[in-house]
Design a protein around this ligand. Structure first.
Ligand code: SF4
Length: 501
């Protein structure tokens, strides 16, 4: 039998004292539970606990709580709020600790089923030459840039091995519709495989809509395929951002949206905005365009601050401060539409608000910890290479293959999803343990992005004070809290957004 032998009986060898030594005997009316805090403005601060419950309080409250200067009678309301929301506890271990544990598990339940989104880059061909295009697209006629049927088969085979019972097969390009026969092949094959593997599949085609035809849409209807398109705002912005011979990209997008709605229904087509440097001066015009076109929501989304997209520095590289200013103005315009009686959401705010105002998890890849790449999304490139995320593919187009996880010709499921590289990426994508994030009040609402850190700061872990992902999220989350704190009408409106009213 093994036993621990004390080689120096009688000698005090312990470096640290027992926990009880540190217990404050004077102010012991309550115990602290883990929570973090941050100043919201010169008057107010926000406290956030481990499961994302928050309290906006007067400046100095966190200090008072931590120094145990809170009085259960004099500070009756605050004291009880703090108890009810798991910031402090009357007992060393709260009586309702199991409730806290269940809510924590619920928040992280997006991890239960592993990878859902499988992106198939079905072709690199495109008839647009957008200056911010993430990939170095090739012209229409080069068939060698289509994904081979062999690779489509292998991608489907891997998708069927996902533990997730509900997977999404998303076709991207280039312009995906230029390889519509390959899409059809993939859909037929995946549907058959799903029967054997008992999986539900959602199909999505990402397209600029220029090549769409009635026949294609009828096929989409028959197979419940969703359409995701790009719309950068009114014609003068969209056509400048999205170069195309004939300068008719905007006209074709609008025509395509109309036709898609007629055949598939209003809710089967969504549009995504990319904010170029030009867009920054026109937040109101861009919001108005989406509103005018009867979209129920829009996503004020910045350009990825790296890769091919930023080769054209003048058009695409801009300071995060400028984007934040644009975002705030755009959001304000959207809020005003709502206050005037319309229903129209901003998607990024809605995702964050769902994390802030509800106990539920959110499936949005960019705001997860562990990060959504691999855990939630995987990319099969047209040439068979497999990447951790769409941004990882973008880097590879710049000859940086740091995030290539394998190849459809040679790699097994385990070699892709459980490789040393996959473990390294995941480790760098856990904001609970990242310097800066680990004690940030917004940790539960935010995420981590190892690809962005690697490409903008030289390593997967990054440095928060100079990190654009952090600067953007910190500013937007603070702004949402300030809006809710300043106007009860906006708090009510935000609650409606997350509940889909
Ligand atoms: S990225 Fe920034 S805002 Fe997000 S959790 Fe980390 S420190 Fe906080």
């Amino acid at each position: 039998m093994n036993a621990v032998v004390d080689r120096n009986p009688g000698k005090k060898g312990r470096k640290f004292n027992d926990f009880l030594t540190y217990e404050d005997k004077t102010f012991n009316q309550y115990y602290l539970l883990p929570f973090r805090f941050i100043a919201l403005n010169p008057r107010r601060e926000i406290l956030v606990n481990e499961i994302g419950d928050f309290l906006i309080v007067d400046k100095g409250t966190a200090e008072k709580i931590i120094l145990k200067q809170l009085d259960s009678l004099a500070d009756y309301e605050l004291y009880n709020d703090l108890i009810a929301n798991f910031f402090i506890s009357k007992d060393k271990i709260p009586v309702l600790i199991d409730v806290l544990a269940t809510r924590y598990r619920t928040k992280k339940s997006f991890l239960d089923h592993f990878t859902a989104l499988h992106i198939f880059v079905i072709t690199l061909r495109c008839e647009h030459t957008c200056h911010y295009c993430q990939v170095s697209r090739v012209s229409e006629d080069k068939n060698s840039f289509d994904m081979s049927k062999r690779h489509i088969d292998k991608g489907i085979e891997l998708m069927m091995q996902s533990p997730n019972p509900h997977v999404t097969m998303e076709f991207q390009g280039g312009e995906a519709l230029l390889a519509f026969d390959h899409i059809k092949y993939g859909v037929e094959k995946a549907k058959l495989a799903a029967l054997t593997h008992n999986k539900e599949i959602t199909f999505v085609i990402c397209t600029n809509l220029a090549p769409i035809t009635t026949e294609m849409l009828l096929y989409c209807k028959e197979n419940s395929i969703l359409i995701s398109t790009s719309l950068d705002g009114p014609e003068f912005i969209h056509n400048k951002n999205r170069h195309k011979k004939g300068n008719d990209s905007h006209q074709l997008a609008l025509k395509g949206i109309k036709l898609t709605r007629e055949i598939l229904g209003n809710d089967r087509v969504s549009a995504l905005l990319t904010t170029s440097a030009l867009s920054l001066d026109f937040p109101n015009e861009i919001v108005d365009e989406y509103f005018k076109l009867n979209f129920g929501s829009m996503f004020l989304r910045p350009i990825s601050p790296f890769g091919f997209a930023t080769r054209n520095e003048k058009k695409n590289k801009y300071n995060t401060d400028r984007f934040i200013e644009f975002y705030k103005k755009g959001l304000n315009r959207i809020i005003n539409y709502n206050l005037n009686g319309s229903s129209f959401r901003e998607d990024y705010a809605t995702i964050l608000l769902k994390k802030i105002l509800t106990p539920f998890p959110v499936g949005y890849v960019d705001l997860q910890s562990p990060a959504g790449m691999i855990n939630n999304v995987i990319v099969f490139n047209y040439d068979g290479k497999i990447y951790a995320s769409d941004e990882a593919r973008m880097l590879a187009e710049m000859s940086d293959f740091t995030f290539q996880l394998g190849h459809l010709d040679t790699s097994t499921y385990n070699e892709i999803f459980y490789s040393d590289l996959a473990v390294d990426i995941t480790e760098a994508g856990i904001n609970e343990s990242l310097p800066g994030c680990s004690d940030c009040a917004f940790q539960t609402y935010c995420g981590a992005d190892p690809v962005l850190c690697h490409s903008t700061q030289g390593n997967m872990y990054g440095h928060r004070p100079t990190n654009v992902f952090c600067q953007k999220n910190m500013a937007i989350i603070k702004h949402l809290f300030e809006l809710m704190d300043s106007d009860p009408k906006i708090l009510k409106l935000f609650n409606n957004w997350v509940r889909g009213n």
